[in-house]
Design a protein around this ligand. Sequence first.
Ligand SMILES: C[S@@+](CC[C@H](N)C(=O)[O-])C[C@H]1O[C@@H](n2cnc3c(N)ncnc32)[C@H](O)[C@@H]1O
Length: 207
Amino acid sequence: MPASDYRTSHCYWEGSFWVFGSLRFLAPLFAEMAEHGFRYSQDVVWEKQNGTGFNNDRFRRVHEHAVLFYRGPWAEVYHAPQVTNDARARVVRKKEKPAHWHGATGSTTYVSEDGGPRLMRSVMQVRNEHGRAIHPTQKPLELLLPLIRYSCPAGGVVLDPFAGSGSTGAAAAIEGRTAILIEKDESIARRAMQRLDQEAPLLRGIA
Ligand SMILES: C[S@@+](CC[C@H](N)C(=O)[O-])C[C@H]1O[C@@H](n2cnc3c(N)ncnc32)[C@H](O)[C@@H]1O
């Protein structure tokens, strides 16, 4: 669809979504996303404890990207900055916004006490699920929880059209969001449902 026509499409919606993958997969996606009116917002790096090395002539790959694309005015797209309560003692920062920051200048001063909140870092060190996963690329809950809180309001609906192990459903249930999961592999879908029965038995509705 030409970029100028996306707004007239019957399936047009505004919002955001996360896409996981390597840059090899993600880089070509940017142009296609732009064609449909989706813009890059930010990316998070998931650093794993161990990676997959397909090529022994390169660095051992121990990370994956999660890119947030959005459509519509950013101010109207739900996003809730996440914090961790691990700021160091008496951190007082005065930050000048860089000149390229929407042309704005000025300063923001904030105080953080020992153990107080600070913005969550964009590199997340989370162990992968190798050895205990029901799916080869199962995402750990610890990784998904902040992404869901960031981009979906409490009580909102999370859609995962490539559900695999159902991790998104489990994470959504923990965070009080509803999840719609789609998985084409029937046996994996069954295992995901069994998993959700065990991890979130009162929260799952089967369609
Ligand atoms: C990378 S895995 C997702 C893993 C998932 N994030 C997790 O945490 O377990 C992709 C999944 O999407 C499924 N899939 C691929 N194409 C699909 C399609 N067209 N419709 C529904 N599911 C699809 C595959 O069977 C596979 O289980």
